[in-house]
Design a protein around this ligand. Structure first.
Ligand SMILES: Cc1cc2nc3c(=O)[nH]c(=O)nc-3n(C[C@H](O)[C@H](O)[C@H](O)COP(=O)(O)OP(=O)(O)OC[C@H]3O[C@@H](n4cnc5c(N)ncnc54)[C@H](O)[C@@H]3O)c2cc1C
Length: 327
């Protein structure tokens, strides 16, 4: 690991100024992703700005939403009474990730910012446009079983590994950011980017901007929600495909739906057209298969991940059935 400077500010402005002024500086929260990447020399910040002294560790009920501070640990969010009651989808997604020890350290902001698990990104001997722009994408012609089937580019076919982000994308969350130019809010679904010709940029966060909190609006989806994660091992593994499914059901009719997938794209993949296809339909396996067919339009596989073209629609139907209570 390369040497680095370390600071631990107690004021938010000092933290954001430090990162804004120094292009080699990065925030550090739980450290469970960044330290790994530094040890492997995939990321080499020269300064770490530890944000753990900042007062961003609260979960608060607000008017019509719940605000989750960026430094709340993944386990604290998953176990919180308000979250379990109002957003079981988020709690399930968090519990499906990593291990208990990691969830105790990992934070909301760090989870949103975690980097891809693409083998080529992690191995500094191999080409990767995300790690080293212009070096090429090793995965396109290489081992691509874990990779994207939606939204990829000729420069990058990596996927976003976060489970929490799939649930937050489905739940219409908003991200609260604070930086040198003040505060701003962006919809969660606009926080992460598709790779395009700049795969090294994962998100729309600007230099020096800090994730302060995530607001999750109250919704009618708590009763019928399910996060399904399909992976190679029963625990401690990233999603091959995951589905966040939430339904508002009245008299056996779907009033509205929220659906997003993980493990299939460079960002949490919200399925707006499939949601529209579900609205007004009866709760039935047939309705769910129709939505899955709509969701899969435009999907394209590479040499080793064609199984996702079948796994993804099967997972959508299974997640919807479980959410609806007809599994
Ligand atoms: C073995 C293993 C298994 C895992 N399995 C899963 C899994 O199945 N599912 C899953 O979703 N995740 C999984 N993870 C990833 C884990 O969830 C992340 O490592 C964790 O959420 C990162 O949070 P952190 O606070 O430790 O981030 P850090 O490592 O501290 O930071 C990560 C990045 O976020 C930035 N950052 C942190 N906080 C902020 C902020 N407030 N504002 C702006 N930038 C910020 C940092 O600069 C850094 O670039 C796994 C990790 C490991 C090591």
């Amino acid at each position: 690991m390369k040497q680095f400077q370390y600071m631990r500010p107690t004021k938010q402005k000092a933290a954001t100024d430090a990162v804004a002024k120094d292009p080699t500086a990065l925030f550090i929260a739980g450290g469970t992703n960044l330290i790994d990447l530094m040890k492997r020399e995939v990321m080499q910040p020269e300064k770490l700005v530890d944000i753990n002294m900042l007062p961003l560790k609260k979960i608060e009920q607000r008017n019509g939403s719940v605000r989750i501070g960026a430094l709340v640990s993944n386990s604290a969010v998953a176990e919180d009474r308000l979250i379990v009651e109002k957003f079981p989808l988020l709690s399930q997604a968090l519990v499906s990730g990593a291990s208990a020890q990691l969830r105790n350290m990992a934070t909301v902001g760090g989870n949103m910012m975690q980097r891809t698990r693409c083998y080529y990104f992690y191995d500094t001997a191999l080409p990767c446009n995300k790690r080293e722009p212009g070096s090429g994408c090793g995965a396109i012609e290489g081992i691509n079983d874990q990779h994207a089937i939606f939204g990829f580019s000729e420069n990058c076919i990596a996927v976003n590994p976060s489970d929490m982000s799939v649930a937050l994308a489905a739940l219409d969350a908003t991200v609260l950011l604070s930086g040198p130019k003040g505060e701003r809010r962006i919809p969660f679904i606009d926080f992460h980017r598709l790779p395009g010709d700049q795969p090294e940029v994962d998100t729309n966060l600007m230099r020096g901007e800090l994730i302060v909190a995530v607001d999750v609006p109250e919704s009618p989806y708590a009763q019928n929600a399910h996060y399904l994660k399909v992976r190679e091992r029963a625990s401690f593994a990233f999603a091959l495909v995951s589905v966040a499914a939430a339904l508002d059901i009245q008299n056996n009719t779907i009033q509205s739906a929220r659906l997003a997938m993980g493990g299939v794209a460079h960002k949490p993949w919200r399925l707006f057209d499939a949601e529209k296809a579900l609205a007004g339909k009866p709760v039935s396996e047939e309705s769910f298969w129709q939505a899955a067919e709509v969701a899969m339009r435009g999907a394209k596989a590479f040499e080793h991940n064609a199984f996702k073209l079948k796994l993804a629609p099967n997972s959508i139907v299974q997640a919807l059935k479980t959410a609806a209570g007809i599994a």
